[in-house]
Design a protein around this ligand. Structure first.
Ligand code: ADP
Ligand code: ZN
Length: 741
């Protein structure tokens, strides 16, 4: 009987290949093993997806070369990979790639080892010391031995520093058997310099206790549903619930995964997990070196770690006994991956939960429409925590109608009179303020003042105006990242240029003028190039060295500053005008989240929302802190138009440097898809995208909507992976697209 294996190689072919399993590998090879196989004229790394017995002829098959030492994929994770490939219409290889960190997959990194020295034979060492007392040529050796005799293991570096040991002297000692060496692996610990005070579980509030009871029912199987929506407002103690839920799971011998959006922006949250569980937590963030990432992966595989905290990719942590997956801020847009596989980490978390019989907790103060509908229809367990802990009174919210601001009184649509007075009052009282504007740079456009000319600085590769930075005298494109020098005067008619629309940089300089005695800081991706910049400014703010912090949505996430009593939202309408059915939801979530930064101490907070559309439902409901009312409005609108979650949506994107090729191919793609679209499926387009050109490529798309897209998805996947296409057209499917632009 011959054993063969099906493997997929690291090429996006969506195709498995058969290989013989040599005798020597039979015992160790399993499904999910990473192997090296002969392929074409060379060899490639591959993943085993099936092992079979064959009676037929196998002479044409080559043999698997070897099993790679690290990174086999547990069968249930491999099954998740299959789901990713099928559901998100990408190749199986691409999906499997997402399951393993590059540092492990590429196989370039090994465990780090260190050599240490010790004195193996005490009597011998003492005899040497006695015999060589006072002898000059043995003085150094004696010194080293004396130091080592009390026992212990010492690195060469330490011995050199303390006793001046050179490699030569150590060699002599080794030869004489006076010292011995041992090689052992060391962990590359990303936290080596960090000290965290351990924390103890807090006595749960009644709402927390109720949620924890429900979680317990789920873990014990008394509750059959596996997913919970934890609808808890900011400060209601969700994180404490997560911590205690993890402790419960660990008591049962189960491991946990915690997903947080954009982990580098939530250092305080991450620290709380380390404070409670110490080294049992692995924190997976983008700043880890490849070596550190590799070591953390090994610690998880070996069961040395029980909890993985991280952004999207932590979802694939290869735990053997996964019992709990937590998705914090489940509504956050960053959970959707923008490259293939274009998965939504929240949805895949629910899927992994099903595959592994693990409990999934989705936490949010402003649940997504998708999760809320699931909870309302009883597919998810709902736990509500509407009451903030330790907050005496909810913040006072004021809405400023920018249409009524009077420029002649010196107030602009960036700093209304109310906002100026409120900030001034905080500065005088020694309290802090945060001002939020969802746009970086100095101005959102640079245009000619000559009414005849109409020049506006635009990115040549994208169909949008440049953002202007005055500090750097540069123009930048927020779509392709393209940079150009800023002209002094209009390059077309020589007239003066004017800045239109403000970004955070301009807001900062306005604030420095208006509040001349205040200390103002700014936080956006322009001046936060590195993670340490971010930590630095937050530290200054925390210490009270800043009165006012101006920033983009970076400041909206997970920060807790007790001395912040005022939050200003400069332009709440910013996202509303986008042609996207989630625009209202995003606006509501953003305002609610930013407003949640006010008044966490013992002083009542104040939130000022500036808007040109005070009657807009999203803005009004956010100002009234009324999630339910907003959800009702939003559901009504989505239901009428059958937008998600009342229907499913897939966007197929096409791009090409040739406008005509893009449209033509999209049209033939549509024709190929049409035969399997029944009458309840709406196929619209191809349509030119809302942003028609990015990075020199024309863009158009097809939108597929319907209650049930399973059948279409099968055909779609075939087409996306295998349809012959002109070389200059790229195309892909975005299933459950979050961005319609
Ligand atoms: P959320 O994650 O919902 O914003 P947190 O878990 O961060 O809320 O809790 C908010 C604050 O309340 C934190 O400072 C936390 O230490 C505190 N807290 C949470 N639960 C309790 C409790 N049961 N008793 C006392 N303080 C609590
Ligand atoms: Zn551009």
């Amino acid at each position: 009987m011959t054993i063969t294996a099906k493997v997929i190689v690291n090429l996006a072919l969506d195709r498995a290949f058969d290989y013989l399993v040599p005798e020597a590998l039979r015992e160790d090879l399993c499904i999910g093993s990473r192997v090296n196989v002969p392929f074409g004229h060379g060899s490639r790394d591959a993943t085993v997806i099936a092992i079979e017995q064959t009676a037929g002829p196998v002479d044409h098959l080559k043999s698997i070369g070897c099993i790679l030492p690290f990174g086999s994929i547990p069968p249930k994770l491999l099954a998740l990979g299959r789901f990713l490939a099928d559901y998100y219409c990408c190749s199986f290889e691409q999906a499997v790639k997402a399951l393993l960190p590059g540092a492990v997959r590429r196989g370039k990194i090994k465990e780090k080892s260190e050599i240490s020295y010790f004195a193996p034979d005490r009597a011998k060492a003492e005899a040497f010391l006695l015999a060589n007392q006072g002898k000059k040529n043995a003085a150094k050796r004696c010194e080293i031995l004396k130091f080592m005799l009390p026992g212990g293991e010492f690195s060469q570096g330490l011995l050199a520093a303390v006793t001046g040991a050179t490699p030569g002297i150590l060699k002599t000692l080794l030869k004489d058997g006076l010292v011995a060496v041992e090689e052992h692996t060391v962990r590359r610990n990303p936290f080596r310099d960090e000290n965290i005070t351990p924390s103890q579980p807090l006595e749960p509030s009644p709402e927390q206790a109720a949620a924890l009871r429900q979680i317990d029912d789920m873990l014990e199987g008394r509750e059959k549903r596996r997913t919970m929506l934890l609808f808890g407002v900011t400060n209601s103690g969700k994180t404490e619930v997560y911590l205690q839920a993890i402790a419960k799971a660990m008591d049962k011998g189960l491991d946990a995964i915690v997903l947080v959006p954009e982990i580098s922006l939530t250092p305080q949250t991450v620290r709380r997990f380390r404070a409670r569980f110490g080294d049992l937590v692995s924190v997976l963030h983008s700043r880890l070196t490849d070596g550190e990432r590799f070591d953390e992966f090994l610690r998880i595989t070996r069961g040395e770690v029980r909890i993985a905290v991280g952004a999207r990719s932590a979802l694939f942590a290869p735990f053997a006994h996964l019992g709990l997956i937590i998705v914090d801020e489940e509504h956050d847009g960053s959970y959707k991956q923008s490259e293939s596989p274009r998965y939504h980490a929240r949805d895949v978390a629910v899927m992994r939960g099903q595959l592994e019989s693990a409990v999934v907790i989705l936490g949010s103060g402003t649940p997504s429409a998708e999760s809320m509908l699931n909870a309302m229809q009883n597919r998810y367990v709902l736990a509500a925590m509407p009451t903030p802990i330790n907050q005496v009174l909810p913040p006072v919210v004021r809405v400023v109608d920018l249409r009524l601001e009077k420029p002649e009184e010196g107030h602009t649509s960036y700093f209304s009179k109310l906002l100026v007075d409120a900030v001034q009052e905080r500065i005088e009282k020694g309290e802090q303020s945060i001002i939020f504007l969802n746009r970086k740079g100095y101005s959102t456009s640079l245009r000619c003042t000559n009414p005849e000319c109409k020049y506006i600085a635009k990115c040549p590769d994208c169909s949008v105006p440049y953002t202007y930075s005055r500090l750097r005298k540069s123009l930048s494109c927020h779509l392709c990242g393209g940079l150009a020098g800023a002209p002094e005067r209009c390059p077309e008619c020589g007239a003066e240029l004017r800045c239109g629309g403000a970004g955070t940089e301009r807001l900062e300089s306005m604030a420095m003028k208006i509040f001349s005695d205040a200390r103002v800081g700014r936080m956006d991706s322009d001046n936060m190039r590195r993670a340490c910049d971010y930590e630095k400014i937050l530290e200054r703010f925390r210490r009270g060295d800043l009165d006012l912090l101006i920033g983009t949505q970076m400041i909206a996430k997970g920060l807790h500053f007790p001395n912040v009593t005022l939050v200003g939202i400069v332009n709440a309408d910013r996202a509303l005008d986008l042609p996207d059915f989630r625009a209202a939801e995003r606006t509501f979530q953003l305002i609610t989240q930013v407003a949640g930064r006010a008044g966490r101490g013992d002083v009542r907070g104040e939130v000022i929302i500036q808007t040109f559309a005070p009657d807009n439902d999203a803005i009004r409901c956010a100002a009234e802190n009324n999630y339910q009312e907003f959800r009702d409005f939003d559901f009504e609108f989505r239901k009428a138009l059958e937008y998600p979650p009342f229907g499913r949506l897939i966007l197929v994107h096409f791009r090409s440097p040739e406008e005509r090729c893009c449209m033509e191919f999209a049209e033939s793609f549509k024709q190929a898809l049409l035969p399997c679209c029944h009458e309840n499926i709406k196929l619209t387009g191809p349509k030119i995208a809302a942003i028609p050109v990015i990075d020199g490529k024309y863009r158009c798309n097809l939108m597929i909507r319907g209650k049930d897209l399973k059948q279409v998805r099968l055909r779609l996947r075939e087409l996306v992976l295998h349809m012959p296409h002109p070389r200059n057209v790229e195309f892909y499917a975005d299933v459950d697209a979050q961005q319609l632009l």
